[in-house]
Write a protein that binds this ligand. Structure first.
Ligand code: GDP
Ligand code: ZN
Length: 296
């Protein structure tokens, strides 16, 4: 039988669900390989009426990773956009937001910050002040309310989503599921079907899945997580992923400056002048440290 193309819509261990036209096929990889990510375009061969084997992954346009000390994990492939979902309440983590921004920059993916629950009026001023830091760096911040202004939120987001492949990430409680359900009609049912197909009924929320709104508009839901390890990024990638470092790079006394404690460091002096926030520089420092701890 011939080889067909399809898009990986869910992954669980070495099992993948591939959407090929109107059909869904449960695919495995050959041997022990498990380097396929949700969003990958794959060429697969049918082995039984509803099963197949992945022969080849098409070259990826982008790849989003997270990693720990021991290994890196593919989050999704061929993304064009990353929506970082935060809320007016409960309080969100700047660490997670900045890590997601760094991952997006390093992966060549356009990030947006969605500030959800704008209806919680008393929490708005503080939250706006906190996201303003990211707006000043040039990242678009969108104010939405999935629960109390669903139609407006939909109207606001749909034009941004059209023709794009967008992943939503966020800490739990920010309203990511509410947004997904708003943007993807039938998302809950589709997720149950995907879980059943991958024999992972118990783990409904623990895997990444891709929803096709049409042939070229994809929305990817990732499990909520509290950590976003970036051990795989090198120092060179890190200094470029912090946008606000850009104007100062090349101005340090030493050409191989690490921007940590060197005399004559242009980045450190920008931190002192308040042009770069101490919080972002501290994260840079932490990420350089993580990068040096990686064991693979
Ligand atoms: P997730 O953990 O990020 O997937 O968040 P959920 O979508 O499960 O939402 C967490 C809680 O926030 C739920 O109780 C939602 O009803 C609530 N929520 C979601 N969106 C809004 C919103 O726009 N305004 C308010 N007030 N609550 C919201
Ligand atoms: Zn420096």
């Amino acid at each position: 039988m011939g080889v067909e193309a399809g898009v990986v819509i869910a992954a669980h261990g070495r099992h993948y669900l591939v959407q090929a036209g109107d059909t869904r096929v449960h695919c495995v990889t050959r041997g022990k390989k498990s380097d396929v990510a949700v969003g990958d375009v794959v060429h697969w061969k049918r082995t039984s009426p509803d099963q197949g084997v992945i022969e080849r992954i098409e070259e990826r346009k982008t790849l989003l990773y997270r990693s720990d000390q021991y290994k890196s994990k593919l989050l999704a492939a061929n993304l064009t956009q990353l929506f970082i979902v935060v809320a007016t309440e409960p309080s969100f983590s700047d660490d997670l937001v900045s890590r997601a921004l760094v991952a997006a920059e390093a992966g060549g993916i356009r990030p947006y910050i969605l500030l959800n629950k704008m209806d919680v009026a008393e929490a708005v001023p503080k939250a706006r002040e906190r996201v303003a830091l990211y707006a000043r760096l040039g990242y678009p911040v969108l104010e939405v309310s999935a629960r109390s202004a669903p139609e407006e939120t939909k109207a606001q987001l749909e034009p941004l989503l059209a023709g794009q492949s967008t992943i939503l990430i966020g800490q739990s409680g920010m309203g990511k599921s509410s947004l997904i359900n708003l943007l993807v009609p039938g998302a809950e049912l589709a997720t149950r079907e995907i879980s059943a197909a991958l024999d992972s009924g118990k783990h409904t929320t623990t895997f990444t899945r891709l929803f096709m709104l049409d042939g070229k508009t994809f929305i990817i839901d990732s499990p909520g997580f509290q950590e976003f390890g970036l051990y795989h990024l090198t120092e060179g990638m890190l200094e470029r992923a912090f946008r606000e470092f850009g104007p100062h790079l090349g101005n340090c006394r030493f050409y191989n400056c690490h921007h940590l404690a060197e005399p004559g460091c242009a980045i450190l002096s920008a931190v002192e002048q308040g042009e770069i926030t101490a919080m972002r520089h501290a994260l840079y420092q932490q990420l350089v440290h993580e990068s040096s701890q990686k064991l693979y």
